[in-house]
Design a protein around this ligand. Structure first.
Ligand SMILES: Cc1ncc(COP(=O)(O)O)c(C=O)c1O
Length: 500
């Protein structure tokens, strides 16, 4: 598959032979722009036409090879075309592809594998809804919580992204997403997510501010909130900027829910399947959710999504409570069962738990040399680098993060933005990425920073000569999320203008 033993990726990435977009990419991008809706965004962020994906690398139609630190936004945790998934898909493709809700071997194998991996009380005691997208899962989870409690009212957090389906879009926080939907907003109660870098409800006190605000919503008859059936939470904010909440947040949220008969829905769409070094991000906290939403990486790159709920949550659901023709496609299930197996059997979770803090440390060392970086944070292979105009005001610098994205593309590294102002570059490489490609990506990252600081146009063409590295090139670091040494937390909040 590759010319270097043991490698899944193209060993010579990054390789730029035609500065992107190359001539063939331009042609395809042009046709797309003419014939597809102009609402598509990614061709503007990454103006290339991919031809083949391999491990943690992509080759475009012009022969450029990129290190992929996007991974389809946490879809490709096992990388592009993992050999085990290719084999599973080949086997399934010889049998059957689509069966509506009828059971197949692949479907039942998947259900068994999934139930075995689920966290807390869901472990081997869950029931499963199938779906196709993360947004649909979230909507179904909220419908289920309302049905189970007989109440309406969902707490969702600022900075949250839960998709843009009819109902889910109102659980997502960004104004820009609400602006393009025609569907009414339902009963969403918005609460600030505890963000250690940009605290809203008090700094230095962990999740206490958030929890006391939630208590106020329940206890004060004039809080303006009639009822709460569920709290919907991302264990780490994804699109919201890779914000890691204080350690006491999820446990306190669980206690709050228990005190008031409220269900806890954990959205693991972006954080799940080993992304943070455990199968589920919620496992870092020891919290047991009532309902979990899973999508993105569960299908190994094929469309598959799942809602898992405690099997004692509801006695009986009406037939057809949730529908959709393409749910639980047999090919996607074959890939999904194998994805779970690879993650459970191999050392990828351990490696991510160890490599993640090492990488965090390396990004922080780079940040120490470049004041435009205000914060570096994350867990496992879910790391965020936040750009600020200055470290004192913490004014978000989205333009700089986007310039970095272009400068990195020119150097053969794909990295995407997130955060309210697009000010956070996020590292979300496939977990299978080779150490050497991590080193090369870090070199390209600092080279791009220096070039922007020097006011130079992003350098086109090949990056500096790759520095081959041996085992141990990434210095071992403690296995936990380390508080950022870059900027001491300050009370209050700095809100730059919303350019979203
Ligand atoms: C945490 C989270 N939930 C839900 C979604 C929506 O998933 P989908 O795009 O498959 O609808 C996303 C997508 O990015 C997400 O990050």
């Amino acid at each position: 598959m590759t010319d270097r033993a043991g490698w899944l990726s193209f060993p010579d990435a990054p390789r730029i032979v035609h500065p992107p977009p190359g001539p063939r990419s331009r042609e395809l991008l042009g046709d797309q722009a003419r014939w597809e809706t102009d609402a598509v965004g990614y061709p503007h962020y990454f103006p290339i036409a991919p031809r083949i994906g391999q491990g943690a690398t992509i080759e475009d139609v012009d022969g450029n090879r990129f290190i992929d630190w996007v991974g389809g936004i946490c879809v490709l945790n096992l990388g592009h075309r993992h050999p085990r998934l290719v084999a599973a898909l080949e086997r399934q493709s010889e049998e059957i592809w689509h069966t509506l809700e009828l059971p197949t071997e692949a479907r039942v194998r998947f259900l068994k594998e999934l139930r075995e991996t689920l966290p807390g009380k869901l472990h081997n005691h869950a029931r499963i809804f199938f779906s196709v997208t993360g947004g649909d899962c979230v909507e179904t989870a909220v419908n289920l919580a309302d049905f189970a409690t007989g109440k309406r009212g969902t707490v969702a957090f600022s900075g949250a992204y839960h998709g843009v389906h009819g109902g889910a879009v109102h659980l997502t926080s960004g104004r820009r997403y609400h602006a393009t939907t025609s569907f009414p907003s339902g009963s969403v109660i918005r609460v600030p997510y505890p963000d250690p870098y940009r605290p809203v409800l008090g700094a230095d006190e962990g999740a206490a501010g958030t929890i006391s605000y939630l208590e106020h919503l329940v206890n004060d008859p004039h809080s303006g909130v009639d009822a709460i059936s569920s709290v919907l939470v991302e264990p780490i904010l994804g699109e919201g900027g890779y914000v890691v909440p204080p350690d006491d947040f999820l446990p306190s949220l669980r206690e709050f829910c228990d005190r008031h008969g409220i269900l806890l829905i954990v959205d693991e769409v972006q954080t799940g399947l080993g992304r943070t070094g455990k199968m589920w991000a919620v496992e870092h906290s020891g919290v047991s959710p009532d309902i979990v939403c899973i999508a993105k990486s569960i299908g190994g790159g094929l469309p598959l999504a799942v809602v898992a709920y405690r099997d004692d949550l509801v006695r009986e659901l009406p037939r057809g409570f949730h529908l959709g023709t393409f749910r639980a496609n047999a090919l996607a299930l074959a890939a999904g069962a194998e994805t779970l197996k690879v993650l459970r059997e191999g050392d990828l979770l351990d490696r991510t738990r160890h490599r993640g803090p090492e990488l965090l440390h390396r990004f922080r060392a780079i940040a120490d040399r470049h004041p435009m970086i205000g914060d570096v944070r994350g867990r496992g292979f879910m790391l965020g680098v936040e750009f600020v105009r200055d470290r004192t005001s913490r004014t978000a610098w989205g333009e700089r993060a986007k310039e970095m994205r272009s400068a990195l593309l020119a150097r053969g590294v794909l990295m995407h933005t997130s955060g309210s102002w697009d000010q956070v570059l996020r590292f979300m490489a496939p977990l299978v990425i080779e150490d050497e490609l991590l080193e090369r990506g870090l070199l390209a990252f600092e080279d791009a920073l220096e070039s922007l600081e020097a006011g130079a146009e992003p350098v086109r063409g090949a990056p500096r000569a790759p520095r081959p590295t041996g085992p141990g090139a990434l210095a071992p670091m403690p296995v936990h999320a380390v508080p950022s040494p870059l900027v001491p937390p300050v009370p209050g909040r700095d809100l730059p203008g919303d350019d979203a």
